[in-house]
Design a protein. Sequence first.
Length: 718
Amino acid sequence: MTTAPTIGATKGPATGPPPSGGPSAEGPADLFDALGRLEQRVREAVAARRATDPEPDDPYRGQYLTPEAAGRIVDSRDAFAPVPPYGSGTAWSAGSGGRLGRLAEGFRLAPVDVELLLVALAPDVDHRFERLYGYLHDDLTRRRPSVGLALELCGLPAAGPGRFRLSPSSPLVAGGLLEVRETERPLLSRVLHVPDRVTAHLLGDDEIDGRLRGLVRAAGPRDEVGEGPEILRVAAALGTGSGLVHLLDRGGDPGGLAVEALFAAGRRPLVVDVAALAPAGGAADLAVPLAMEARLGGGGVVLGPLEALAPERPEGARLLAALSVALRGVPLIAYGKKNWDPLWTDDSPVALVARPAGPDEAARRWRGALAEAGRSVGLPEMDASGHDALLDAAATYRLDAEQRRKAAVVASRLAAQERRPVTPEDLRAAVRAQNGAGLERLARRIEPAVGWDDLVLPPATRLQLSELALRARHREQVLGQWGMRPGGGRGRGVIALFAGESGTGKTMSAEVVAAELGMELYVVDLSTVVDKYIGETEKNLERIFVEASDVNGILLFDEADAIFGKRSQVKDAHDRHANVESAYLLQRMESFDGIAVLTTNLRANLDEAFTRRLDVVADFPMPDAGQRLALWDRCLGTGMPRDADLDLEFCAARFELAGGSIRACAVTAAYLAAESGAPLGMDQVISAVLQEYRKLGRLILEGEFGPWLDGARRRGDG
């Protein structure tokens, strides 16, 4: 070993300001003060070693062992002898404050633990400690402290109880603050290492550990933290016992509630992406870094939804158990749609229910999300009237905190690209973008492209459609806040039945209601639902209902009598299973939290028990002559040229067709007009009506077609 390095007049490591651009403005002065005192102790240890070394300047020391040196080793003190104290005292004392003091408090470290941590940390802050440690090891290649050297510098005997402060179960090692490496060596020769995240934290950096990148995010600071009773109740539960809380999702926003509660408790929320964590290799090994990150920043953990973790499976249960053990003492809020199983973890949580927020609370959350998103893209502050319009547009939607944040960001970006304020249309488009693709695998998605002006219906039917939109818009206030549907496990859904003959506008009306609410329409394909195997139809329907509950859209069961038919008398096994299917649907529709529309041509075929569960029943009669005239005019549109002989009054009065059939006739007539190269005339319309009559199997009577029938026959259409 070479001569001990010469130390200049400076008694401590460089104490300049921490690197600029860090997330925290708090300086590491307390750390530098403690390391300065540690350096003095190292100086004294070096001086004591040199005083007993007969040849301190031998350049080949550490490469050979002379008989005299071996004799001195034999005669030296044993491991049980007390270590001579160094004159500078301890490097750190309890109550010194700063990040180092908070770290000791958060990890429940004794003063000797902090001393050991400082010894291991020093080479990462000041490179001079590497050479000093090499000299004290009598081996310049060993530049990090060993267990034996750390104990010596802390004034602890090698075989004393201090060595157990570095065992796997000790606060330093179990908490992830200190790693004991090279375990193949004897204990006293093993190397101590401090993770980079711990060093960065003590130097003022608050960025999340790189090992957690993509799996954990820190919720941003809030301008306004809610103080509702639910938030305060969850915050109070975090401060009791192990700090484990479970939020049962009953159509609310458990993720947002958890974040608000942690802010209210003065904690930094760390939100775990469970969908990314579950398939991650070695996910259980991330429990210690996550717990360390939470303790370093005085934070709490939000974990959910638990369904994505699948704790009922062995691998999910092991991961949840590892997280709960590592996070014991750290506020942990888990949430999901299922009740907590006591077998999942050793600790039982405080169980609370996350219900949908009231209108005022929902408006506050939307206001905060839109303001934050607007600032991020440079939008000016919105006035009160603009905020009110957006909040009215958002009242229908049910989104969790993350979906709301993403929707606000997308809406703000749509407005920023045109340098204008956010509009309700931007918000509706942004909310639709948050709908997952899971339901699209089971139903056909339709983005509404029609409005109320496109409907031709009797006033009574239009009133019933308006009532459906009204119920969907205010269901949270009426069913949730006012509790108008209590008990029995009833959901907060809105179920409507559209009954009428084919072509009377049932599907189009559902599309109009979806457009009014700013939602998408999902048409259930019966081919993906009905299965010949017993029990499979119920499973398919359950998947649809589960996916639909997380989507801001309207679920349309077209030709609903195929699966919502009447129960029959049981004569064989087929009847029994058919009745089981109907009974399941009766229960599932009542607990459904979304918006569903059933359409049927034969209302009498529906089970009476379904009728009781319906919120709105809209009847779609065949259109009268005046309505048929309006339908003919709208279906032909304004872009197609019309001949002067076109007599729509004649068509409306003579041909008793439903709206769907009139639309089909209009399209056929348009093709015929395009082929002829002339404006649309009665000849093309009559030919189209004749084709529709044949398709419907109706008789062609001269009394209906009048003089136009002879011309059609001459053309070969009659």
